[in-house]
Design a protein around this ligand. Structure first.
Ligand SMILES: Nc1ncnc2c1ncn2[C@@H]1O[C@H](COP(=O)(O)OP(=O)(O)OP(=O)(O)O)[C@@H](O)[C@H]1O
Length: 596
């Protein structure tokens, strides 16, 4: 198979192979390059239409970005050098949205307009199928796509050479440059030219960001000189922190503060002083100061003061960064914070209301804290949702038992007379004294209405995060669960499958992960779990691992889209977001918008 061009005669063979693939016939081996075949499979999974280019206009491209400012002079210079040759020069953002296209002559431009390879349309693989831009971005490497290698038949007359552009400091993909010409004019040198151009754009980006990073560095050093405390500075690509920050804060605390600082600096009021509760329970006051260069926000410097410990909560003299709870794994910041809060409330003896979506681990945490603090003491669980007659009688008996711990699960699922009876029982038990320590779990967000009467017995409410807010813990949960399901370590999870699991959104949380693995071991009990072993629900993944803040933002967008019947304009307005931003985020987070 030629690596970079198609020989005469090969075109028709390739066309036949492509047709076979599209009609789901078996294709002969070695008829198409591996990278192209992999891309065809992805295009099929994305349900890309091969017989039409059906793209929605996404948005007016924002050309006031470091990428556009750095790339445009380079591309114009290349245009001059190409001296009127019919080669289209195209710049896209990291998601394949065409930002600009330089004139390439009337015929080619008209064709590119017809196939919507034009500013404001996305040539991501998931929309157009195999093509020079989307396939290069998807694979993260230079890619040429000739004629019939394109998935969509309307692109068959074209040849494209796409190269991802990486940020020279962070290494993140920030866009792609693509050179497109007629198939008959295809030349392997096109890819070499595209690579050189991408390299020049990266150089220009380096010069641009060098100045911005310098401004940030100067402000950071000034702040470090002025204060003896914790200081860090950040922008989209760089984080700097002083020795105090490294010594006084553990990684979970650092990541909570950095995420909060990034959100504040990107918000409406970037110059802010705010209080943040760390996973250890300690409160910290953050003073954020934006840094601007040439009128634009280039990052921010943050000064942190560690404050008083949480009122009413016992803290060890030195807060331990990791908490060991029997039978539980996980070290994500939000997860640890929830565990710590449960332990703190348990230590005060106050009754606890523990909230969180179904399957986040509410019962598991209460059980673990109880076993850790009072090993061997009585532990009872009553499920209010089971609605069996007699559970109130069981409850009365447990309350009268007077010791250990009692968990009333799913308390938000009872209502009316049963709920009132439950409240009366608790009131009576308190009056009769001594009672076990009682916790209720609530799996839905409730408005407090009817439940308020019950919740007056539970002065502290703690919330456990959904799994999608601590996806980093999947790397520990999976081997932990596999060891439970298949002893002797005979079954492991391949890195590819783990990556897919770490990018799913897990609406059913940790319980869903457990069930998924339980089902897998029905058919695979040794060796390695591969992506093909995973059920479809784990294969619809976002493009990358989302940070907790990004996951929260994604959820807010999804909720708003549902509230506004799928209208992106109304959803954006409700969230105080611009239309352009919501379009970009929907794409970035892989949100499938509900249809109107
Ligand atoms: N951090 C963890 N480490 C190991 N196992 C966990 C962890 N968190 C939860 N689990 C396991 O996940 C499953 C679901 O947890 P659990 O039943 O506590 O969730 P829940 O929030 O109480 O759910 P629901 O409200 O739906 O009853 C259980 O099998 C539990 O043992």
């Amino acid at each position: 198979m030629p690596p970079s061009s198609i020989e005469p005669g090969e075109g028709s063979r390739l066309a036949r192979t492509r047709e076979q693939f599209l009609t789901a016939e078996e294709i002969e081996p070695n008829q198409v390059r591996d990278a192209i075949l992999a891309s065809w499979w992805r295009s099929r999974r994305w349900n890309v239409a091969a017989d039409r280019i059906d793209l929605a206009y996404q948005r007016d491209p924002d050309l006031d970005t470091p990428l556009s400012r750095s790339a445009l002079p380079v591309l114009r210079h290349l245009r001059e050098h190409l001296d009127g040759q019919p080669i289209s020069i195209i710049l896209t953002d990291q998601a394949g949205l065409v930002l600009t296209r330089l004139d390439a002559g009337r015929d080619l431009d008209a064709h590119l307009d017809r196939v919507k390879l034009a500013p404001g349309f996305s040539y991501a693989e998931e929309y157009v199928g195999t093509n020079g831009i989307g396939t290069a971005l998807e694979g993260g490497r230079p890619m040429n796509v000739f004629g019939h290698e394109h998935y969509a038949e309307h692109l068959e007359d074209l040849a494209c050479a796409g190269v991802p552009i990486h940020h020279p400091i962070s290494g993140k993909t920030v866009g792609a440059v693509d050179l497109t010409c007629w198939r008959k004019d295809a030349d392997p040198l096109l890819l070499a030219l595209a690579k050189t151009t991408a390299g020049q754009i990266q150089q220009a980006l380096l010069a641009d960001s060098g100045i911005r990073e310098l401004e940030l560095l100067q402000e950071y050093l000034r702040t470090c000189r002025r204060t003896a405390g914790i200081v860090f500075a950040l922008n989209n690509d760089v984080v700097m922190m002083n020795d105090n920050a490294r010594h006084a804060l553990d990684p979970a605390e650092q990541s909570v503060l950095l995420a909060q600082a990034a959100e504040t600096l990107a918000g409406r009021n970037p110059t802010a002083s705010l209080e943040v509760e760390l996973p250890s329970g300690v409160k910290a006051r953050m003073y954020c100061r934006p840094v601007r260069g040439e009128g634009r926000l280039t990052g921010g410097v943050v000064h942190v003061k560690l404050g008083e410990q949480r009122a009413g909560v016992r803290l060890d003299a030195v807060p331990s960064p990791r908490m060991f709870l029997p039978g539980l794994v996980g070290s994500g910041g939000l997860w640890l914070r929830g565990c710590h809060q449960v332990r703190s409330v348990h230590a005060t003896g106050e009754w606890l209301a523990l909230e969180g979506e179904a399957g986040v681990g509410k019962l598991a945490v209460i059980r673990a804290v109880h076993q850790h603090e009072r090993p061997g003491a009585h532990f009872a669980v009553i499920d209010a949702a089971a609605a069996e007659r007699g559970w109130l009688t069981d409850l009365r008996r447990e309350l009268a038992g007077g010791e250990g711990a009692l968990v009333i699960q799913h308390a938000d699922r009872v209502a009316g007379p049963t709920l009132r009876a439950l409240s009366r029982l608790l009131e009576q038990a308190r009056a009769d004294g001594p009672t076990p320590w009682v916790a209720v779990t609530l799996s839905q967000r409730h408005d407090g209405g009817e439940l308020a009467d019950l919740l007056r017995f539970f002065p502290s409410t703690v919330e456990l995060p959904p799994l999608r807010y601590h996806l980093e813990d999947i790397a520990a949960l999976v081997p932990f669960f596999l060891a439970k399901l298949v002893p002797d370590g005979r079954l492991v999870c391949s890195p590819e499958a783990l990556q897919m699991l770490s990018r799913s959104s897990w609406p059913g949380n940790i319980e869903q992960l457990w069930q998924v693995l339980r089902n897998i071991v029905q058919h695979r009990r040794s060796g390695a779990i591969l992506p093909a072993d995973l059920p479809p629900e784990c294969r619809t993944v976002s493009r990358r691992l989302l940070s907790p803040l990004e996951a929260m933002e994604r959820d807010a967008i999804v909720r708003s889209l549902i509230d506004w019947d799928g209208s992106k304009i109304k959803a954006a307005a409700a969230l105080g977001m611009s239309r352009a931003t919501i379009y970009r985020k929907i794409h970035e987070y892989g949100i499938v918008a509900p249809t109107k």
